[in-house]
Design a protein around this ligand. Structure first.
Ligand SMILES: Nc1ncnc2c1ncn2[C@@H]1O[C@H](COP(=O)(O)OP(=O)(O)OP(=O)(O)O)[C@@H](O)[C@H]1O
Ligand SMILES: [Mg+2]
Length: 314
């Protein structure tokens, strides 16, 4: 199966007032296969959105970026003119659909602008069909509405419609259900999965919620303090998580069984961007910590999983 996106050794620092911060992305390696979903999961501040922003070529000018992002037959897009790729071959949906729309234009006017830029011919018919495809049953009303006139769930669907107008090769979904209530969030996940099956785009699905990632993704990448600590097929990672951080994230999922017992939270916090990380970044929160953890663990293969942890490597 062909690879759509391959990220190698991606590192990002920021320069703030002439001072270089410690590296919020410390060597990300990821691969997304054509038509498949890679889910990135990790706590707040781990570098999930920064990874997406780097792919889109939207890092701020204060960012210093190293490493490669290969996309389709474009080669390394860290050096490409992203204006041709962003919004057409790679599109993105966000946690907050309000941020995807301009409040002073109707949804119809904004979708029309995108369709014109993409050279779509029969725009009214295309927009109607597109809105119906995302489960918006009254496309005429939606097209005439302003963003504030739609519910959060409807606006989320309109944003998905906009992101898919150009038939992208890769859709990046950054916390697409976090702002929605659980039932509507579930409907949106089901919708995205159905659209992907029909239209065949690859997806990078980002969430701090391991249950949402498990539901949507073929492969999972667990990210901690700017590094991928475990990757593998979703079924394997969920069945036998190898990294203590992945085990902690899974232990922190609320479920009917666990509701009767105690929900175990991972002690401590993700290191701040000001921490100078030496060795394994998770060590001070880890019950398996040992002397070796003062050095950065190499990534080793365990079955179909890749794991960066000394405890599984000794
Ligand atoms: N423009 C910036 N300048 C300096 N530091 C930044 C900037 N953007 C992000 N960071 C830092 O990079 C780290 C990773 O941020 P990122 O937004 O990728 O986290 P995240 O995993 O998406 O978290 P969340 O789940 O809260 O969305 C954080 O420590 C953040 O403070
Ligand atoms: Mg984020």
């Amino acid at each position: 199966m062909s690879t759509v996106l391959k990220i190698s050794h991606l590192e990002v620092d920021f320069e703030i007032n002439g001072v270089i911060t410690n590296t919020p992305l410390r060597g990300i390696n990821l691969e997304i296969k054509a038509g498949k979903t890679l889910g990135i999961v990790g706590e707040t501040g781990c570098g999930k959105t920064l990874t997406a922003t780097a792919i889109m070529g939207l890092l701020p000018s204060s960012a210093i970026q190293r490493g490669e992002i290969e996309f389709g037959n474009h080669g390394d897009i860290t050096k490409a003119d992203m204006a041709d790729i962003r919004g057409s071959e790679i599109t993105m949906i966000f946690q907050n659909p309000q941020s995807a729309f301009n409040p002073i234009f109707s949804i119809g006017a904004q979708l029309t602008m995108v369709a014109q830029r993409r050279g779509i011919s029969d725009i009214p018919a295309t927009l109607t069909a597109r809105l119906e495809s995302v489960g918006l049953r009254d496309p005429k009303r939606v097209l005439e509405s302003y963003p504030h006139e739609l519910s959060g769930g409807m606006l989320q669907r309109a944003m998905i419609a906009m992101a898919l107008l150009s038939s992208p090769t890769l859709l990046i979904a950054d916390e697409p259900t976090t702002a929605l209530d659980a039932t509507i969030g579930d409907h949106v996940l089901t919708l995205i999965a159905a659209l992907q099956k029909r239209e065949g785009f690859a997806m990078l699905f980002i969430s701090h919620d391991v249950t949402a990632v498990a539901k949507t993704s073929d492969e999972i990448a667990v990210i901690y303090a700017g590094r991928v600590v475990e990757t593998g097929p979703t079924s394997e990672v969920m069945k036998s998580p190898q990294h203590p951080y992945t085990q902690g994230l899974l232990g922190a999922i609320p479920s009917a069984e666990k509701a009767r017992g105690t929900l175990v939270a991972i002690p401590g916090n993700v290191p701040s961007v000001l921490t100078n990380i030496k060795g394994c970044a998770f060590a001070d929160r880890c019950s398996l910590q040992m002397d070796k953890c003062a050095q950065e663990p190499p990534t080793v293969q365990i079955g179909k999983q890749s794991v960066a942890c000394w405890a599984v490597n000794s």
